[in-house]
Design a binder for this molecule. Structure first.
Ligand code: NAP
Length: 433
């Protein structure tokens, strides 16, 4: 029997489990470990609460979780509850699918002032991740600056701009709903260090900004390159740029302005005890497409500044780490004999949820090549002995199903669930009879 441990129960973890099932058939046992008592990682804590159709993919992961040769072991932290070397002793292959839940910092003066947040923290807060439940972002009628021109910047802007009615049908957690709708923002500026042709926003997500009940997008026509130059773009980006052109043609609308400020690179954050302005430098595009500063600076008033500039994978003791890239050091997913990585932990925070699928198949094939035969390791028996000896209070998939049911039962009217935002409450729900 081949024993595989997958660390992380998000999309990369479950697609890899599925790929290993297909690769090794009945000859495999897979344990999926997670430090949280609840599975599905980014689906639960990253995907926007008003994007329920994307979250529906969790049903597929549930199907994998309920097969006989797959087990979920929640509330087990690899690196502290159990060492990576122990897992390597127990399993033929250990696959790190830990995602990238840490923020990349802006790295400019003032980025530690109150009022400055990374998107992992802000998104984690409105999605009810226990690590960020106490964040209390300073929204209180502020001007907001959002740094970055990717889909996460759009998620943050949209969530800040929505009215209470527009959250109907979402699973935004109560504390975020109350804060967001109790104190509306005055303006939102989405700051991009390059131009409209360089955005990483996809058309569906960008288009949503044009359909908000009490906010409207604003684009300065002067920032748009000549329309003929759109021909060089791939179809997806071309659609996004066409939307920016529509926004530029209709600058006036209802409610909160969501301004796109292009060619503006963050320089420093100013403020007395809390953020008050983001100072940016006007840029132009260099020959290589990079942003080049012009020396001209100006201040964008902002009491809340959210950087959406990418993520980092949390290091694990004794696992080689690429500091610059912010992920595990690996070659095509191989870290060291018996140790692999997939998803954002392998390639950094790019691509959609589906991008993790081929990743999983690739690593299953690599494992088959590296270890044509299983090595007679103890697998889950070894892990269970450690759990017992250390008195670790783990959560199983059946336990999660109880948490799931309890969250559905306590949902406010029209919402699919009301998430527990404390680990203790999750565990208590899992232990209820
Ligand atoms: P992203 O797409 O890589 O965008 C990051 C943005 O940050 C880029 O515009 C980048 O500009 C900018 N940036 C980086 N460093 C910067 C700095 N020091 N100063 C100013 N700007 C800086 O990342 P993301 O938005 O975090 O999204 C991560 C992945 O998740 C993406 O693949 C995204 O499509 C996906 N996602 C998808 C959805 C969805 O499908 N609904 C929702 C959320 C996220 P440059 O281009 O100049 O580097």
């Amino acid at each position: 029997m081949r024993h595989i441990a997958i660390v992380g129960s998000g999309p990369a973890g479950y697609y890899t489990a599925e790929a290993c099932q297909k690769q090794f058939g009945d000859d495999v046992r897979i344990d999926i470990l997670d430090r949280m008592p609840v599975p599905f990682g980014l689906i639960r804590s990253g995907v926007a609460p008003d994007h329920q159709s994307i979250k529906a993919v969790a049903r597929r992961y549930e199907g994998i979780a309920l097969t006989d040769n797959v087990r979920f072991v929640g509330k087990l932290a690899v690196g502290s509850d159990i060492a990576i070397s122990e897992l390597i002793d127990f399993y033929d292959a250990v696959i790190l699918a830990t995602g990238a839940p840490f923020d990349r910092r802006l790295g400019i003066a003032g980025d530690d002032l109150p009022g400055v947040l990374g998107s992992a923290a802000f998104v984690g807060w409105y999605n009810g991740h226990p690590d960020h439940a106490d964040l209390a972002p300073l929204i209180d009628g502020q001007d907001v600056a959002i740094v970055g021109n990717g889909n996460v910047a759009l998620d943050c802007a949209r969530i800040l701009a929505k009215s209470a009615a527009e959250f109907e049908g979402s699973d935004i957690v109560r504390h975020a709903l109350e804060t967001l709708t109790g104190s509306r923002v005055r303006s939102i500026t989405i700051v991009g260090r390059r131009g409209p042709h360089q955005i990483a926003m996809t058309p569906k997500e960008l288009g949503e900004l044009g359909h908000l009940a009490s906010a409207h997008p604003v684009v300065d026509p002067a920032d748009m390159p000549p329309v003929e130059s759109d021909q060089v773009l791939e179809p997806g980006p071309r659609k996004s740029v066409a939307l920016l052109r529509e926004f530029a043609a209709h600058p006036v609308g209802q409610g909160v302005p969501v301004r796109f400020d292009f060619f503006a690179a963050p320089v420093r954050i100013e403020g007395d005890r809390r953020a008050q302005a983001l100072v940016v430098e006007r840029t132009v595009l260099g020959a290589d497409g990079a942003a080049v500063g012009t020396g001209e600076t100006y201040a964008i008033p902002a009491g809340l500044i959210i950087s959406c500039i990418g993520y980092r994978t949390p290091p694990i003791p004794d696992v080689p780490y690429d500091e610059k890239a912010g992920r595990f050091a690996n070659v095509d997913g191989r870290i060291s004999p018996g140790l692999y990585c997939v998803g954002w932990a392998r390639r950094g925070p790019t691509g959609t949820i589906g991008t993790n699928k081929p990743d999983g198949f690739l690593i299953a094939e690599e494992i088959a090549k590296d270890q044509p035969e299983p090595g007679g390791k103890p697998g889950r028996a070894g892990l269970d002995a450690v759990i017992e000896a250390r008195g670790l209070d783990i959560v199983t998939f059946r336990d999660w199903q109880k948490i799931d049911l309890a969250e559905i039962e306590r949902a406010r009217t029209g919402a699919p669930r009301e998430k527990f935002v404390r680990v203790d409450d999750m565990v208590a729900a899992s232990r209820a009879s």
